[in-house]
Design a protein around this ligand. Structure first.
Ligand SMILES: CCCCC/C=C/C(=O)SCCNC(=O)CCNC(=O)[C@H](O)C(C)(C)COP(=O)(O)OP(=O)(O)OC[C@H]1O[C@@H](n2cnc3c(N)ncnc32)[C@H](O)[C@@H]1OP(=O)(O)O
Ligand code: NDP
Length: 262
């Protein structure tokens, strides 16, 4: 069955993709699509039960899927992920840094530790994964691609200052690493989703979500599958000359200016 796609069935045959947060929402849609296009997908997140269920479902569609439970905030666990990937499957070609999130709160209600937690997950975690992935590729003389899933940054994100700061850091990290690692054959890009219909949105006020959706040029929520198609494009041969960019998949939200998230 699988997801509807414009891409050819065996586009990613012979490729291996590691997807953080690959067991839920946007990450699961990316795992599903890359898998159905022939890639071996390796799902990474903290909750083994969620990953196990996702992998069982993917395998039932003849997708080659595996999982490694790990917390991307923990440097040692990240190192172990890549040791396992190298030992068990001889490395991988694509890294999708999708794991992330935050809590909505006015800036004055965010403690130093609250700010640190969000930066640690979204910026430090993404860096640790990217760095370990690039080292593995470069040691093996292998090319690769990285996609960082960020946020639609608009002109600021009232109610999410920690996430806005962390993701802006990832956007600039994307450009900088694209520059530094281009000569190693590693393309680095980001995707900035707008409001995408996943269970991750349950923590937000539904009235506020509705208001922000209503004002969009394309006035509906995005689907995780629409983000997955963009990821497949960037990972495909069509994306071979694209690096350092951030692709907005947001129904035009980036045109709208800031809205309050709390
Ligand atoms: C229009 C809306 C568009 C939205 C677009 C975006 C959508 C998405 O991103 S969907 C993604 C969905 N998933 C998530 O966002 C969940 C992610 N959240 C988390 O995983 C965690 O909350 C965390 C990583 C952000 C923090 O985890 P952890 O380190 O375990 O946090 P602690 O519970 O230990 O707390 C640390 C620190 O933060 C303070 N804190 C936690 N929640 C709040 C809150 N709601 N308001 C204020 N402060 C909060 C907490 O009190 C701790 O601080 P101290 O008390 O000073 O120690
Ligand atoms: N939905 C939306 O509207 C938007 C989402 N995004 C971003 O897209 C990404 C996916 O979000 P979405 O699918 O909606 O929400 P989900 O909550 O389903 O996805 C978050 C994923 O990240 C994983 N994760 C969280 N913390 C860690 C950690 N420390 N180590 C490893 N994995 C972790 C979670 O798994 P586990 O708990 O098992 O660790 C989960 O699978 C996030 O980065 C989110 O911020 C951006 C813009 C809009």
């Amino acid at each position: 069955m699988g997801q509807e796609t414009i891409f050819a069935p065996q586009l990613f045959k012979g490729k291996t993709a590691l997807i953080t947060g690959g067991g839920t929402g946007i990450g699961l849609a990316i795992s599903q699509l890359l898998g159905q296009l022939g890639a071996h997908v390796i799902l990474v997140s903290r909750t083994a039960e969620t990953l196990e269920k996702a992998v069982t479902d993917l395998r039932s569609e003849n997708i080659q899927a595996d999982f490694i439970p790990a917390n991307i905030r923990k440097e040692q666990e990240v190192e172990e992920v890549f040791e396992k990937v190298s030992e068990r499957w001889g490395g991988c070609d694509f890294l999708i840094n999708n794991a992330g999130g935050q809590f909505a709160a006015p800036a004055l209600d965010i403690s130093a530790n609250g700010f640190r937690a969000v930066v640690d997950l979204n910026l430090q975690g993404t860096w640790q994964m990217s760095s370990a992935f690039a080292r593995m590729l470069i040691e093996n003389g292998r090319a690769g691609r990285i996609i960082n899933i960020v946020l639609c940054l608009k002109s600021g994100m009232p109610g999410m200052v920690h996430a806005a700061a962390a993701r802006a850091g990832v956007v600039n990290m994307t450009k900088t690493l694209a520059y530094e690692w281009g000569s190693h054959g590693i393309n680095v890009n980001a995707i900035a989703p707008g409001t995408i219909e996943t269970s991750g949105l349950q923590q937000y006020d539904s009235n506020q979500l509705e208001q922000s959706i209503n004002r969009l040029p394309i006035s509906r929520m995005g689907k995780p599958e629409e983000v997955a198609e963009a990821a497949a494009y960037l990972l495909s041969p069509a994306g071979s000359y694209i690096t350092g960019t951030t692709l907005e998949i947001d129904g035009g939200e980036h045109l709208m200016g800031a809205t309050n998230q709390v």
